[in-house]
Design a protein around this ligand. Structure first.
Ligand code: HEM
Length: 495
């Protein structure tokens, strides 16, 4: 009897152990994905347009998919439901970043909010950004400076119009965005073509985008990091140092003029506000933090905004009906001969719909900025393992036929009677990400975009010399650019 009892207990223990192991191995199941090859894993499947390749793969493996990219486990999410799991349901666990090796240069990873873990330092930087850079009051205060910069753009385009010359929209919008940002931050032009300093600045920002956007072996094989085999970290360091030097010169000059003049005659722009904060010994924010903050704001905000403008203009030129409707709305609400103001744009729902539709089809950061899993998390019965890189495919979500009717078509009308917005609460449209790490530059970016696009199409009629300029071929990089730059002809002044 007692032997039988012992046998039963041992049997029960074994069954329990098996069940537990099963549950463990079961719950440890990674999401489905293509079989990895030795060493490279699935790297060969990425191609030169990873957002397109991964969208195709997700059709076979589903909206929650795992890949092995060299040594790194990556989880790819391609539906709005899955994006919500990451950006809302499990926002806390997925709130840190997969930090690329390039940003170990100059310790960018420990200075820039983009790469910091959610921490007191990160919170402090976000708070400073939200309160002193992109708060409504601050943005309202910078309106006049931005208006002047858009007038400069219109003048430049007007000259091309008179001379019958085409405008390289990407270049013009890159320059204007740079000036809009530099005027918002420190009341001066950084993209004045006549200044050597400004030309250098523009070239360096572009070069940083190119270098950081290159696929880096060190990111897929962390064991190689110490070698920096493609020199990406080194080049990033050299380039960022150049920008930091420019910011140092600007801050030093401002400090000198602050010492000379009385406080009441200071510019009260973002730089002045940040210098005031840096003087407060009770706040963990100093001159070093200011230069890194500017570096990050320019690199995060310039290319994304200017590339969106180029896509919007391209889509409008490809879709003359949408262009006419937008111009009609501007004529009715702004009036011929008047200039578009930031405050006007709330009366322009079709213009808003155009920007949303542009973000849907052409999110500047197709995988957002990759996150990292902070612990094992179970989603839909699969395990996202701790440390995995999280790629949210915003490009695939924007073209998901389950969400969007005729997803490949540019139809701003779809947003007119819809409450879908890109401010992080609707996971069908997430060009700025979501959750606690949502892009803090969103209010500034949308103001700049509505103002630039509204002004360009209100003031001129546009055409293209060659149809090729209207191609929607993409060039994958840190920002999703148009492969063939748009050269558009301003053919007539209309206001
Ligand atoms: C069309 C324009 C822009 C787009 C589409 C865009 C997109 C994004 C995305 C997708 C993220 C990651 C969000 C996430 O992880 O959930 C991000 C983060 C960030 N963006 Fe933007 N951005 C734009 C403009 C700007 C501007 C103008 C600025 C500043 C002037 C800016 C500053 C930042 C910063 C500092 C972060 C990092 C935030 C953090 O990690 O806490 N962005 N942006």
């Amino acid at each position: 009897m007692s032997l039988m009892f012992i046998d039963s207990v041992i049997f029960a223990c074994i069954v329990l152990l098996i069940l537990q192991c099963r549950r463990k191995t079961g719950s440890r199941r990674l999401p489905p994905g293509p079989k990895p090859l030795p060493v490279i894993g699935n790297l060969h499947l990425l191609g030169d347009k990873p957002h397109v390749s991964l969208t195709k793969l997700s059709k076979a493996y589903g909206p929650l998919m795992s890949l092995k990219l060299g040594q790194v486990t990556a989880i790819v999410l391609s539906s709005s439901e899955m994006a919500k799991e990451i950006l809302q349901t499990h926002d806390r666990v997925f709130s840190s970043r997969a930090v690329p090796d390039a940003v170990a240069a100059l310790n960018l990873n420990v200075h820039e909010m983009t790469w910091l873990e959610v921490s007191d330092k990160w919170r402090n930087l976000r708070k400073i950004g939200n309160k002193y850079i992109v708060s409504t009051a601050k943005l309202e205060a910078g309106q006049d400076l931005r208006r002047k910069k858009v007038q400069d753009l219109l003048q430049e385009v007007g000259k091309c119009c008179q001379d019958g010359k085409a405008v390289d929209i990407a270049q013009a919008s890159f320059r204007t965005t740079l000036n809009l940002l530099s005027n918002t931050f420190f009341s001066m032009d950084l993209a004045d073509t006549s200044s050597e300093n400004a030309r250098e600045f523009r070239d360096v920002v572009k070069a940083i985008m190119d270098v950081v956007g290159k696929p880096n072996l060190s990111d897929h094989f962390p064991v190689l990091r110490f070698l920096d085999p493609q020199g990406i970290r080194r080049q990033t360091g050299v380039l960022c140092k150049k920008l930091l030097d420019i910011f140092d010169r600007i801050s030093d000059e401002r400090l000198r003029s602050r010492r000379k003049t009385d406080q009441s005659s200071t510019k009260s722009d973002v730089l002045d506000t940040l210098l005031d904060i840096a003087e407060d010994k009770n706040v963990d924010f100093d001159l070093d933090a200011i230069r890194y903050l500017f570096l990050e704001l320019f690199t995060a905000g310039n290319d994304t905004t200017s590339s969106t403008l180029e896509w919007a203009m391209t889509e409008l030129l490809r879709n003359p009906k949408a262009m006419s409707r937008a111009r009609e709305e501007l004529r009715e609400n702004i009036g011929v001969g008047n200039t578009v103001e930031e405050s006007d744009t709330s009366r322009l729902p079709y213009l808003h719909a155009i920007i949303k539709e542009t973000f849907r089809l052409h999110p500047p950061a197709p995988f957002l900025i990759p996150r990292k899993s902070g612990s094992d998390v179970e989603i839909n019965g699969f395990v996202i393992p701790k440390g995995a890189t999280i790629l949210i495919n915003a490009w695939a979500i924007g073209r998901d036929p389950k969400i969007w009717e005729n997803p490949e078509e540019f139809m701003p009308e779809r947003f007119l009677d819809s409450d879908t917005d890109f401010r992080g609460s609707n996971f069908r449209l997430i060009p700025f990400g979501g959750g606690r790490r949502i892009c803090p530059g969103l209010p500034l970016a949308t103001r700049m975009l509505h103002l630039m696009l509204g002004s360009l199409i209100h003031s001129f009629e546009w055409e293209v010399e060659e149809k090729e300029y209207l191609g929607v071929e993409e060039d994958f990089g840190i920002t999703l650019h148009k492969a063939r730059a748009l050269r558009a002809l301003p053919v007539r002044f209309t206001s």
